[in-house]
Design a protein around this ligand. Structure first.
Ligand code: DON
Length: 579
């Protein structure tokens, strides 16, 4: 276990170097007994960390009977489509990182949704030329062509060891036999009642006859979804992308004002991409490349922060949060300008993730003052919204690993279940920039690089990540949270590397977030008022908001191969289980 050491000397040296004026308090050599800390889950062989327990246990059982991390990961992805319907999916898309311990290689699978051929740049502008978020979020037009089924097939075929039908079987059983509704599931359905009731096909799945809510303890059966999963199990991705299911999806989407055709469905392709790589102190960071912005900005921010003695400055101290916020702002400003689908635009990945560029960023950062966002780029205020995506991590006994984040975008996606299929459709089209400078549901702004075009993939913030030590997997992590995903993953990594926290402590510690626009430093409950005052004195507009992220993380001890994991306490149904 890491030990936490605070050294006054290095803080004083840094304070002198960058001109921090106020006295810095520090504690000498505080060694914490590993027994007296918040505990991760421990297991000797393998582990799954996911946002819902039944799905995590299915993955764990596959590992225990000899399946590898990819077998387990694919099974978890299908299971979550049943047990965590607000985010787990086959009607959405995402990204999977796979580490192969034998070859030492890490692969990235992009199974992000694609804009249908009938999509166009201005499709979400109304007659007045304004972006219509109701249409980009809650209509047939909100959905991109789903990628999850094709992505899982690519993963299993290339890197798994079990049969396709075998890893889907547990999900079919859960859909057919039903799952026990938890308080979290009941609450999440009720919170989206307005959107889910809009479509009769959806209401029939998530409410009882007459619209009565499912209560904790009730059984939720998803018979149509079971039927669709059986077709997928029997016919492979063709059972989803061709024939009955594809036609039903196209019909439902078109009836709800969208343009997906059976041809769009048949044309969907997942893509194997090179992960983005960087280093942070003595660790290697491997993450998702575009069309996610996650990996690029995670590495960019880590690179910038590497130049400061973050560990000595202290976890969630005013000085540390200030430096983090300043680096975040610069990165999110770049995001709005440069990031998009690399098959359509040139994304300067190398430049953005270089150590030289990080040095340039540090030159723009003042130790004393928050640079107003307007001085970084023209500003505009943007709202935040609630959201849902989900991440799971898997490590097997051989040190292979899967880091997977997938989504239907907001909670329960567009709210549209294609009649007869049980498939809940995503509202990922909202991740495109509907109009330059106009924020999306996460307050993110963009321009040309992320404009809508047929066949293009919307820019994402999903950041499935692995941190390697000497070429071996050390940490597997990721999170939902829209724009906050990148900074959430950042903080788990910094909490462990800079602040010596174990994976449970790193997952629990209060989080902060700045995304350049709006010019607001968002903090969770638990950041002390003293810290807030330090930040305010530097000019930050600090806003206390609801909890951010739901990390599902596993740390592997490279010496023993034992695994330590933690599910974010911010989500009650999450579970980390091993064997
Ligand atoms: O791809 C993205 O960045 C968003 N669609 C993710 C949405 C999300 O994380 C919502 N979750 N909490």
């Amino acid at each position: 276990m890491n030990k936490r050491i605070f050294k006054t000397g290095s803080i004083a040296a840094f304070a002198l170097a960058v001109g921090i004026s106020q006295p810095v308090m520090a504690q000498e050599s505080a060694f914490f007994d590993p027994m007296d800390r918040i505990h991760p889950v421990w297991a000797e062989n393998g582990m799954v960390s996911a946002q819902e327990r039944l799905a995590a246990e299915i993955g764990r059982d596959i590992l225990a009977k000899g399946g590898n991390a990819v077998d387990a990961g694919v099974a978890v992805a299908f299971a979550l489509a049943v047990t965590l319907p607000r985010a787990g999916n086959i009607g959405g898309g995402g990204f999977m990182l796979i580490h192969d311990a034998k070859t030492g290689q890490t692969h990235a699978i992009d199974y992000r949704e694609m804009a249908p051929q009938g999509a166009s740049r201005d499709m979400f502008l109304n007659a007045a030329g304004d972006a219509d978020s109701d249409r980009s979020l809650y209509s047939g037009a909100a959905s991109g062509v789903p990628g999850t089924v094709a992505g899982m097939k690519l993963a299993l075929e290339n890197y798994g060891s079990m049969e396709w039908a075998e890893v889907i079987a547990p999900a079919i059983r859960l859909a057919e036999e039903g799952i026990t509704v938890t308080p979290e599931l009941a609450d999440s359905i009720e919170a989206e009642r307005e959107h889910l009731e809009k479509f009769r096909s959806t209401a029939a799945v998530f409410f009882k006859e007459g619209g009565e809510a499912y209560r904790p303890g009730d059984r939720l059966v998803q018979a149509d979804l079971a039927k669709t999963l059986k077709k997928i199990a029997a016919e492979g991705p063709d059972g989803f992308y061709k024939g009955e299911v594809a036609e039903a999806i196209a019909k439902a989407v078109q009836e709800a004002g969208g343009v997906i055709t059976p041809e769009d469905m048949a044309a969907y392709k997942p893509i194997l991409r090179e992960p983005v790589r960087g280093t942070y102190r003595s660790y290697e960071v491997v993450s998702m490349p575009p069309p996610s912005s996650g990996g690029v900005h995670l590495i960019q921010i880590l690179n910038a922060l590497e130049g400061y003695p973050i560990g000595a400055l202290g976890q969630n101290s005013g000085e540390t949060i200030h430096l983090m916020a300043e680096a975040m702002k610069l990165a999110y400003a770049d995001r709005s300008e440069y990031l998009g689908d690399p098959d359509f635009v040139d994304v300067p990945v190398e430049a953005l993730t270089s150590k030289d560029y990080a040095a340039e960023m540090r030159r723009k950062i003042s130790a004393d003052f928050a640079t107003p966002s307007v001085m970084i780029k023209p500003a505009g205020l943007a709202p935040y919204e609630s959201d849902q995506t989900t991440h799971f991590s898997v490590v097997d006994k051989d040190g292979n690993a899967v880091s997977n984040t997938y989504t239907i975008n907001l909670n329960y996606g567009s709210g549209l279940v294609a009649a007869g299929t049980g498939v809940l459709m995503n509202n990922e089209m909202d991740d495109f920039s509907a109009k330059p400078g106009v924020p999306n549901a996460f307050g993110l702004v963009g321009g040309d690089a992320n404009a809508i075009a047929p066949g293009k993939r919307p820019l994402s913030s999903m950041t499935p990540t692995m941190v390697l030590k000497d070429g071996k997997v050390w940490l597997v992590t990721g999170s939902p949270g829209g724009a906050r995903i990148i900074t959430t993953v950042l903080q788990v990594i910094m909490n462990m590397i800079d602040h010596g926290m174990n994976v449970a402590e790193a997952s629990t510690a209060p989080r902060v977030h700045h995304q350049w626009l709006p010019d607001e430093l968002r903090v969770e409950e638990g950041i002390s008022i003293d810290t807030v005052r330090v930040l305010q004195a530097k000019g930050h507009a600090v806003a206390l908001k609801e909890a951010m992220g739901s990390t599902q993380s596993i740390m592997r001890d490279p010496e023993t191969g034992s695994v330590y994991g933690a599910s974010d306490p911010r989500r009650p149904d999450a579970a980390t289980v091993g064997y």
